[in-house]
Design a protein around this ligand. Structure first.
Ligand SMILES: Nc1ncnc2c1ncn2[C@@H]1O[C@H](COP(=O)(O)OP(=O)(O)OP(=O)(O)O)[C@@H](O)[C@H]1O
Ligand SMILES: [Mg+2]
Length: 159
């Protein structure tokens, strides 16, 4: 269970998140909607640890994530896919999926995870992730990396 309690964040003198309270139970898919500039990405970054709140708590199964850096949060079970995925240069789709899984995946495992995100392995597996993939393609591959991590909590910013 994720519990967000009294979360506030200001930047450049503007209050971006104002006393947010939210509980996300286990096993649920929750969609957060709102206008452009409404604070959705900011809230997602607070959960992943990319930004820190001014006030409030973010409890994952009772553990407060706020003092933890993004790596520690990932280890605690938080997965995160950016609104604009990072395009790492010099590595292939295969490299990126293996890295996410923390092991060398078989051809079958690679094909299965790509199929889960609607991509044909043969077409993508040895392509570089740094260039030439379309916005939707790199997005799907990033979602595959989050699925492979089998996180307790996965946050997808505009999947
Ligand atoms: N570090 C920052 N410094 C100043 N302003 C910021 C900062 N981070 C976010 N903002 C502002 O906070 C507001 C919320 O931004 P955020 O990216 O969270 O919105 P969003 O709901 O994800 O929007 P969108 O639907 O366009 O993705 C925006 O007005 C943005 O310009
Ligand atoms: Mg956003």
């Amino acid at each position: 269970m994720l519990e967000i309690k009294n979360l506030s964040f200001s930047a450049q003198g503007r209050k971006i998140l104002d006393d947010i309270n939210l509980t996300i139970p286990d096993g649920k898919l929750i969609c957060l909607t709102g206008p452009n500039g409404g604070g959705k990405t900011t809230l997602a970054k607070m959960i992943a640890g990319v930004e820190k709140p001014d006030e409030g708590q973010i409890l994952l199964d009772g553990l407060d994530l706020v003092p933890l850096d993004p790596t520690e949060r990932a280890k605690a079970g938080v997965g995160y896919a950016f609104q604009q995925p990072v395009r790492f240069k010099g590595i292939t789709v295969r490299d990126m999926l293996n890295m996410a899984a923390g092991k060398t995946l078989s051809e079958e495992e690679l094909a299965n995870v790509l199929r889960e995100v609607g991509l044909e392995a043969g077409e993508y597996i040895d392509r570089g992730v740094g260039t030439h993939l379309s916005g939707g393609e790199i997005k799907r591959i990033e979602i595959a990396t989050v699925l492979l991590r089998r996180s307790r909590l996965a946050v997808f910013d505009e999947p």
